[in-house]
Design a protein around this ligand. Structure first.
Ligand SMILES: Cc1cc2nc3c(=O)[nH]c(=O)nc-3n(C[C@H](O)[C@H](O)[C@H](O)COP(=O)(O)OP(=O)(O)OC[C@H]3O[C@@H](n4cnc5c(N)ncnc54)[C@H](O)[C@@H]3O)c2cc1C
Length: 287
């Protein structure tokens, strides 16, 4: 007897339904498409691989007809043909009609920005209804691209994220059940990027705003580190920590929680979402 096992991830052909500016550096893009019927996710920090058209093209080219061979064939496509792959987070999934939201940080799009925008930031800044993308996403709700995994007996949830992780942190916070104690530190570029978050949890959320700094992006050190060092956390025996954002900042905060606070490293989930000075291709190559 053989048991059929459903593939956890697959490609979805989607189009932009609408966009909404959430703040000076955050835009929400809502995607639709018939194939979303097969998209299933438990949310939280569900990560997705988004394929946008190469510069000057209107369709993302990925040889998905090759099945498992798509990756090698995609990598071998000429630069001006190959769709650009970038990692993003599912912010929301709705039914009737089937829609998903992804919140994009618009970095480097202002004239004279110290680091010019990458292709995804540029694409999001110009996105309009009808634009086509491909998404490699989950067909099974509980999948390994959800990394937020507190143990059942965790008695305190600690969260840090920069603006790239605000979508993931927001979805996580909204999913926390009543009675969960959470302390959250989020960093954004401008005061107007701060989002209203709804949760049933006992969550204390502190926002840090970087716009007094001359540079763009998370430069060097997380703003929250000083506050965290001074913070008196509620008494806890089994804390769970989730940290995501600029890699250097993530590293420093992990050191703080594990090294300075003595939290068991197995209870710390940490993910570098981007690295100052490196494109996502360069990051993948370095890893
Ligand atoms: C699992 C995962 C989930 C993610 N979820 C989200 C999400 O929901 N929303 C989101 O906006 N991002 C998210 N990111 C981060 C996003 O993938 C990166 O920011 C990505 O580099 C953007 O691609 P790009 O084409 O705009 O820039 P790239 O071409 O990759 O980079 C161009 C230059 O811009 C710099 N750069 C990249 N991102 C930023 C930034 N935010 N601020 C300042 N400079 C930057 C790079 O260091 C590089 O120098 C996620 C990343 C991962 C790994």
């Amino acid at each position: 007897m053989t048991t059929a096992v459903a593939a956890p991830f697959r490609f979805f052909a989607l189009h932009v339904v609408r966009t909404r500016q959430l703040g000076p550096s955050l835009v929400r893009v809502t995607f639709g498409g018939e194939e979303l019927r097969e998209f299933h996710s438990n949310g939280c920090d569900q990560s997705l691989s988004l394929f946008i058209p190469a510069e000057g093209r209107t369709e993302p080219v990925v040889p998905i007809e090759l099945g498992d061979g798509w990756w090698q064939a995609w990598r071998e496509l000429p630069d001006d043909v190959r769709a650009v792959m970038r990692s993003y987070t599912l912010r929301a999934l709705r039914r009737d009609p089937d829609e998903i939201d992804i919140d994009f940080v618009l970095h480097g799009v202002d004239p004279g920005a110290p680091t010019p925008a990458g292709p995804a930031s540029r694409w999001a800044a110009r996105a309009a209804a009808g634009d086509r993308v491909l998404l490699l996403g989950p067909a099974i709700a509980d999948n390994r691209a959800i990394r937020f995994r507190p143990t059942d007996d965790a008695d305190l949830v600690l969260i840090w994220g920069d603006e790239t992780a605000v979508p993931a942190a927001s979805a996580i916070i909204e999913s926390l059940p009543a009675g969960t104690r959470a302390r959250v530190w989020l960093e954004v570029q401008h005061a107007a990027d701060i989002q209203d978050l709804m949760t049933e949890a006992d969550a204390e959320i502190t926002w840090f705003v970087r716009d007094q700094r001359a540079d763009e992006g998370t430069e060097g050190s997380p703003m929250a580190l000083g506050a965290l060092r001074d913070a008196q956390l509620p008494p806890t025996e089994r804390p769970y920590v989730w940290i995501a954002g600029e890699s250097g900042c993530v590293k420093q905060l992990r050191r703080h929680f594990v090294g300075e606070r003595g939290i068991d490293r197995r209870s710390v989930t940490f993910v570098g979402y981007w690295r100052q000075g490196m494109t996502e291709e360069q990051l993948r190559a370095a890893e």
